[in-house]
Design a protein. Structure first.
Lengths: 850, 470
């Protein structure tokens, strides 16, 4: 015997003790699919037969079943389930998860059950128990369908089970194997002419063959109608003919709309109100044959609630569908797919107020739907409504998938007066996505998260880091709409063993050589503060592209997302000066953009670091200077009276020198800022502009492009000195070492070495995007005035870089991902997720001096 | 990292006997955090100077994490002043190298141990959180002549201001033991920092080193507080033992003990404005007959504690973005110890006013007490929607400073806000306009109120708005 059950079902085994349920389950289902009440009893009480543990055992069973169904896993409940009250919660559970409840009944002879139990040592209960169970089962049999079981199969003897095959059948909605390409068409409502116009505009050939439409696309595309074929419009029968023909020969799919279903009811003689254009349909159909009406009703009745297509990446439903309903079957799913969700209120026109389920949608599948006429289709959270009110005189629209292109044809006339005007009274200035993005949801950032990025799959953000980031983001960060990128941390090179040095570019080059990189760029590292500049052509562009109003045309922010300048007027001046350089270099039209995002170093360091200088660097210098001078004086005094302190005197002489060098080191990066004229900006990455995240360009491109920009305002923009080095060219590398020594001898911070490509991969995956080699004098600011004394240096050389490097990679991948998401107009929360992720990683305890 | 002590008397070299350190030798000691060297730079009939030089190993400080190098703690950085300024490291070095002298003994010359000697002390780099005034307030009452010179932070950048380091010369007549005790206790008190964990035994140390001279010191409580790293319970214990007073008074005296007050609390303390504010908010919550309340930005839970006392309020939720404050709130409310019936009424959550949060929905009242002024004006919009549109409580109570009143605060320079983290402070007109816009945009009725003493021209220090859903 063969039976069919839906692939996603809650299978309830029904049968008395000894009827062979567990054996049956073992034979036909995977061990992990079967939840046995005996096993659960054992889990909670260590005794599978302990009846006092039954309640707790079933709670555990229901809980696991619920988790499995949520994850769309077929689940089998192995318990006697002979009483209706035992089955009821299971039916409820299945409905909650929009899965189909199936009953498989083992109605074995009572005698057999008794014998089997008698052979099992742990089933010492009396015969009356089996007898009771059998009679309960028999009383139940007729009511199973009514209880909600959509499939019931009864097996009455062991012979019935011999050779049994249980086939798992996909749901009607499951068309994952169809990958398109598709053209999804919105609500047609009897507008046959426009439907044909659109189908032809989409490139299909429509022919007539013996009274039937034959529709073909030269590239083999397929039509999908989003429901509501009928009512209101001039030619409902014609549309039905067209779509039925196309479906019959496999060139189209169609989901059911609420109007379609209501028409079926009317055609089948049910009492329905002839409102909302139903009267027109019935009138048109009245002149058709009885046969046509019956076929039409059958056709419409056979439409499924929704389709899941292209491996689960596309969902089409008339009124949209929440993620948890995708690919599921239940009355609630059908109801939702056809009517959507309403709040229960009515609007000024007496129409139900729709609950905007798309605003809460977070699913990965693209959902295309109709049902509610909109003036223009707009993406919101990867969903789009393409009902553009053709029958009301709007247009008929199709979405090309996967191209995501919209194609429409205008209505030839107003066929039906809308109750509610099609055009909203006030045209909103922000897109639906931007309006929605005005607020971020805590659930989009909190807790442990896993972010998939193009460069680095599955980056885990730990919960405690997310908590720390939430505080920083909420209290200190700028408007999240500006924050499309945070820069990654940068690892230093491996420790150098050269005398007196902790870092040297040799190790940075070694890293890239070892990983198969042939060409690197070496850039001077400016000693300022990291600054990200987002700048728009004007405030209108800021509003249009970033959804930001009243915050000027751009922002300069730090590597933790805080505004770089607390003085808004000053920030404005710096931005204006930067913008005028962009104007002069004609970058706006050259990049065909209204906005840019730059990665920069902003000088002097003291602008941002003054607090640090005042509370940490200068005090240490002042204390060191005074203390060492005082100590040297008393030592000298003691030596003068013949005390043997030569070693101490020499040591303090050296320490005085080191302290002086430390003070000189930090002073070099400080100068007073009285106005914009004292600010220098060194941009080193042109990160993104409209349509492009420029991470596919080489660093040479970035540097040359930015140098070009810099030439328009050399007093303000600094072109970063750079060399391109073939890594195996010995002379060139020696040359670079010499350059590094000259740079750092003057107190310069050092050098950054990058692979020539923005994104470089080695044998073991993504490579460090950059490695810094800092100069010995600069490192006094990091490791303290006297770090270069041999005994200190020896200790400092023991430092681990692996955590730092792993973080740098993940932060780099997140940063690039954020940019790329913004460039392709992803919802803010998806951009924010990446930025938030970088911030969260930064709360990870890593030696801040690396 | 160094200080010198000079005895100015006949047979000044006796100092060597007192210290158990021969004046013509160099004495070296290894310490857990570095090393100490003792030598005598000056010795004649009338003057004998001993130098204690302590070298702290800065790398080891970070690497060994020997100190409380918490986040942002000074010891977490290689660049810090500990190797150069005298601090608790120095007190430890004093006790280890001059232990016998500090115990008031002298093996070879027991007669000298108790004798009063004219001393000069020179400390070239003494950090003082409290400036010159505090140095004088600590040493002068003990009988020292004090000479103080403040060190520049950086001569090249005079705009950065002065440092907190002082070149200090002290002169006074004491037994050596007393002098060492003064230095031992007061150096870390001035620095207001300790490099080690402060526990119960620290109280014993304070009593041992200060029992003779501290009880009558006018700055006694402050010394105890700082010496014990502002730990309330320890401070209370120490003051009790030092003063020998009954417990209640000690508790009262130490009521103000705690971390240094923020400027805002300092300013407003005369009015006990905070209590008045809480009282008014509680009244407002009662007035609307709330059964549930969410306190947004609950801080350390002062309002929550009051709300818990209200009958009929069976659901209290406190939300705070700062984890540190949230921990403090949990402690202040003694959540772990509450009886189950009380515990079930209250919950604390970490969250943010910048993100929509469904946990905040369904409350009768939301209180937003002294919170909005901590939000950037540009981000108020998000907050407004989170509160009025998404959480949508039936009523909302908001308080915020009235900036007009600031001129009445004497300690507050004109143009400055009451708290460094305030992003704005509104006049009554500004607050009223904001409240009215909120009310009309989101469908609430609003009334405004004043909290604290009302000045006829300036209004009250705090302003309050109560919104009720229409």
């Amino acid at each position: 015997m063969e039976i069919d059950i839906p692939e996603l079902a809650l299978v309830v085994l029904v049968g008395p003790s000894g009827s062979g349920k567990s054996t049956f389950a073992r034979e036909h289902f995977k061990a992990t699919e079967v939840l046995s009440s005996d096993h659960c009893r054992g889990l909670v009480s260590d005794d599978e037969t302990d009846q006092s543990a039954t309640k707790d055992a079933f709670e555990v069973l229901h809980f696991i079943a619920s988790k499995r169904l949520q994850a769309a896993k077929l689940t089998v409940v192995d318990a006697t389930n002979v009483q209706p009250e035992a089955r009821k919660p299971l039916v409820t559970l299945a409905r909650q998860h929009h899965c189909i409840p199936v009953a498989l009944v083992l109605d074995m002879p009572e005698k057999l059950c008794r014998e089997r139990n008698a052979q099992r040592p742990d089933r010492g209960f009396g015969e009356h128990v089996i007898r009771n169970q059998c009679s309960q089962l028999h009383r139940s049999l007729r009511g199973l369908q009514r209880e909600g079981f959509r499939h019931v199969h009864v097996f009455r003897s062991p012979e019935d089970l011999e050779g049994l095959v249980i086939r798992r059948v996909p749901l009607w909605s499951n068309r994952k194997h169809e990958t398109g390409p598709f053209d999804i068409i919105g609500d047609v409502h009897g507008c046959l002419d426009e439907a044909l116009d659109l189908i032809r505009a989409l490139g299909y050939d429509v022919a007539d063959q013996e009274g039937h439409h034959v529709i073909r696309h030269p590239q083999g595309r397929k039509l999908i109608f989003a429901g509501d074929l009928v009512d209101r419009g001039p030619n409902t029968p014609g549309v039905l003919r067209l779509v039925a023909d196309a479906m019959a020969d496999g060139s189209a799919l169609c989901v059911a709309g609420n109007h379609d279903v209501k028409l079926v009811r009317a055609l089948r003689g049910r009492d329905v109100k002839r409102t909302h254009g139903l009267a027109e349909s019935l009138e048109q159909l009245a002149s058709e044959s009885e046969e046509f009406r019956r076929t039409a009703a059958d056709f419409l009745d056979g439409l499924v609630s929704h389709y899941v297509l292209d491996g689960g990446r596309l969902v089409v439903a008339h009124a949209g569908l929440r993620e948890e309903m995708h690919g599921r079957g239940s009355g609630a799913v059908r109801q939702f797919a056809m009517y959507g969700e309403t709040t229960g209120e009515t609007d000024d026109y007496g129409l139900p107020v729709r609950y905007n389920w798309a605003a809460d949608y977070r699913g990965k599948a693209t959902v295309v739907y109709g049902h509610t006429p909109v003036p223009e289709p707009e993406w919101l959270n990867n969903t789009i409504c393409i009902d553009t009110g053709c029958v009301f005189g709007g247009k008929l629209t199709a979405l090309r998938y996967p191209e995501r292109e919209l194609i429409s044809v205008p209505a030839r006339k107003i066929y039906y007066e809308p109750v509610r005007p099609l055009q909203p009274e006030v045209v909103p200035e922000l897109t639906a996505q931007q309006q929605h993005d005005d607020l971020l949801d805590l659930e989009d950032v909190s807790g442990k998260r896993i972010i998939d990025t193009r460069l680095y799959p599955s980056i885990t953000i730990r919960e405690e880091n997310a908590i720390a980031a939430l505080e920083v983001m909420s209290r200190f960060a700028a408007n999240p709409k500006w924050l499309i990128y945070l820069p990654p941390t940068m690892s230093p090179s491996e420790t150098s063993q050269r005398p007196g040095l902790l870092e040297h570019p040799e190790q940075a080059l070694d890293y890239y050589r070892k990983n198969g990189v042939e060409t690197v760029v070496c850039e001077e590292k400016h000693m300022g503060s990291r600054a990200v500049i987002v700048i728009c052509r004007n405030e209108a562009a800021a509003k249009h592209r970033f959804g930001i109003e009243g915050e000027g045309r751009g922002i300069i922010y730090t590597r933790t997302g805080r505004r770089f300048f607390s003085d808004a007027a000053f920030e404005h001046q710096v931005l204006e000066r930067f913008a005028s350089a962009l104007d002069r270099a004609d970058f706006w039209s050259r990049f065909d953009t209204t906005w840019f995002c730059f990665d920069c170093e902003l000088m002097p360091w003291s602008v941002k670091a003054e607090e640090l200088l005042r509370t940490q660097y200068a005090p240490t210098g002042a204390a060191a200077d005074a203390a060492i001078a005082a100590a040297s004086a008393v030592i000298k005094q003691a030596v003068a009276r013949g005390i043997e302190l030569t070693d101490l005197a020499a040591s303090f002489h050296e320490r005085a020198d080191l302290t002086g060098r430390y003070i000189a080191a930090y002073r070099q990066y400080c100068w007073p800022v009285h106005g914009v004229a004292d600010i220098k900006v060194a941009p080193f990455h042109l990160l993104a502009s409209e349509g492009h995240a420029h991470v596919d360009k080489s660093h040479v491109w970035h540097m040359e492009t930015l140098a070009e920009l810099g030439r328009t305002d050399p007093g303000f923009l600094i072109a970063t000195p750079m060399r391109v080095v073939e890594i195996d060219d010995g002379d060139a590398t020696q040359d670079v070492f010499g350059w590094w020594e000259r740079l750092t001898a003057g107190g310069g911070e050092g050098m950054v070495v990058k692979p020539i490509d923005f994104v470089a991969r080695g044998k073991r995956g993504l490579l460090q995007p950059a490695i810094k080699s800092r100069g010995p004098e600069y490192l006094r600011i990091i490791y303290g005035p006297e770090y270069s004394r041999p005994e200190a240096l020896e200790q400092l050389r023991e430092r681990g870089l692996s955590t730092k490097r792993s973080m740098a990679l993940r932060e780099f991948a997140l940063g690039v991902e954020g940019l790329e998401r913004f460039v392709r107009n992803a919802p803010l929360r998806q951009v924010h997720e990446c930025v938030f992720g970088v911030l969260a990683m930064e709360s990870e305890p890593v030696d801040p001096r690396l | 990292m160094l200080l010198t002590i000079t005895a100015t008397m006949d047979r000044a070299s006796d100092l060597g006997f007192l210290l158990h350190k021969h004046p013509d030798r160099v004495h070296r000691f290894d310490l857990s955090f570095g090393r100490a060297t003792i030598f005598y730079p000056e010795l004649d009939q009338a003057r004998c100077t001993v130098c204690l030089l302590v070298e702290v190993d800065p790398v080891a400080l970070v690497r060994k994490r020997s100190g409380p190098s918490g986040e942002g703690g000074q010891l977490a950085h290689y660049v810090n002043d500990r190797p150069y300024a005298v601090s608790s490291f120095f007190s430890v070095a004093l006790a280890e190298t001059f232990g016998t002298a500090m115990a008031g003994r002298s093996k070879d010359r027991p007669d000298l141990a108790g004798s009063i000697i004219p001393f000069e002390v020179s400390i070239p780099v003494l950090p003082s959180r409290g400036g010159e005034d505090l140095i004088r307030a600590l040493f002068e009452p003990l009988g020292y002549a004090v000479d103080v010179r403040r060190l520049d932070l950086d001569q090249k950048f005079p705009e950065w201001g002065h440092s907190r380091y002082f070149d200090v010369k002290l002169a006074g007549r004491f037994p050596l033991q007393t002098l060492l005790e003064h230095l031992y206790v007061l150096i870390p008190v001035l620095d207001d920092e300790k490099h080690y964990w402060v526990g119960d035994d620290e109280v014993d140390k304070l009593i041992r080193r200060g029992g003779d001279w501290l009880p009558n010191h006018p700055a006694r409580d402050q010394i105890a507080r700082r010496y014990l790293k502002h730990r309330k319970s320890l401070t209370r214990l120490a003051i009790e033992r030092l003063a020998g007073v009954d417990e209640d008074a000690a508790i009262e005296n130490s009521a103000a003990v705690g971390k240094p007050m923020t400027r805002e609390e300092d300013l407003e303390v005369g009015l006990s404005l905070n209590e008045q504010r809480l009282q008014r908010v509680v009244e407002a919550v009662q007035a609307v007959g709330a059964k549930s309340v969410v306190d947004l930005g609950c801080g350390e839970g002062k309002l929550l504690r009051e709300l818990l006392k209200l009958r009929g309020l069976d659901r209290i939720l406190g939300m705070e973005v700062s984890l540190r404050s949230l921990d403090a709130a949990s402690g202040r409310l003694d959540l772990e110890q509450l009886s189950p019936s009380v515990r079930s009424r209250i919950e604390l959550i970490h969250g943010s006013l910048m993100y929509r949060d469904r946990r905040l929905s369904g409350f009768d009242v939301a209180t937003v007490i002294e919170v909005i002024e901590h939000l950037d004006v540009a981000r108020l919009k998000s907050f407004e929607r989170v509160l009025f549109e998404c959480a949508r409580p039936k009523s909302v109570v908001v308080t915020t400073p009235n900036v007009e009143y600031n001129v009445r605060f004497e300690g507050l320079p004109s143009g400055q806000f009451r708290h460094p983290d305030h992003r704005f402070e509104w006049s009554r007109g500004e607050f009223r306009r904001w409240g009215e816009v909120m009310a009309s945009r989101f469908g609430y009725n609003v009334r405004f109120d004043a909290v604290g003493p009302v000045d006829s021209d300036l209004g009250a220090p705090t302003q309050m708005a109560v919104f009720v859903e229409r």
